[in-house]
Design a protein around this ligand. Structure first.
Ligand code: GRF
Length: 192
């Protein structure tokens, strides 16, 4: 992708959007490699969507309920294309994208996952790491494929699991690293 013009990124969220906020913050720095062209959500009530609107970022919200996944994904796809999006960043987007959607954006979707992949794909990553007696946990940014939390790992950050940690405490420690890691890896990704 071009190094001259910032690459247009579309961010998909389902919830509070703290990773989205860190991506937006980095996109506003001088010389940023990407700009956020659209924030889209499957949850019209997502807190992160309201934040993006307040920031003057273009948003798109649509619930798949009642219309089915193909129609829902076609509408999201269209909104992303209308906004000129070149790369999609999933940030707490809680739906599995279909193979068709992933194929249309082949190699151009990335995700952040709160574990040291390939460990703990799916949900409850922090509780599972603690239950396993792991000494460390962390987060990974990876290319999205049809398989859940699979695809090339682009970057990882590690944190210690401390005595007495519960999932909430560990998630908070990992989240600090997510906010640092995601903008850095997305910047490298759009430049490569
Ligand atoms: C993050 O922990 C992210 O790794 C996971 O979902 C959470 C989303 O948090 N995929 P936020 O919406 O970015 O605050």
């Amino acid at each position: 992708m071009s190094a001259d013009q910032p690459v247009k990124v579309g961010i998909l969220i389902s919830g509070r959007g703290s990773n989205m906020q860190s991506l937006v913050a980095a996109s506003r720095e001088a010389g940023a490699a990407y700009q956020v062209a659209l924030v889209a959500s499957d949850k019209p009530e997502a807190a992160g969507l309201a934040w993006a609107k307040e920031q003057g970022i273009a948003t798109f919200a649509l619930s798949p309920k009642g219309i089915g996944k193909p129609a829902y994904e076609a509408a999201i796809d269209q909104a992303l294309r209308d906004a000129g999006v070149q790369v999609i960043a999933l940030a707490g987007y809680m739906r599995l994208l279909s193979g068709d959607f992933v194929a249309r954006w082949q190699g151009r979707i990335v995700n952040i996952h709160p574990s040291l992949l390939p460990l703990y794909k799916g949900l409850d990553t922090h509780a599972r790491a603690i239950a396993a007696g792991d000494a460390t946990a962390g987060c990974s940014v990876h290319v999205v494929t049809e398989e859940l939390d699979d695809g090339e790992v682009l970057g990882q950050a590690e944190v210690p699991i401390l005595p007495g940690d519960d999932a909430t405490a560990l998630a908070a420690r990992v989240l600090v690293e997510e906010h640092r890691l995601y903008p850095q890896v997305l910047t490298e990704f759009v430049r490569r």
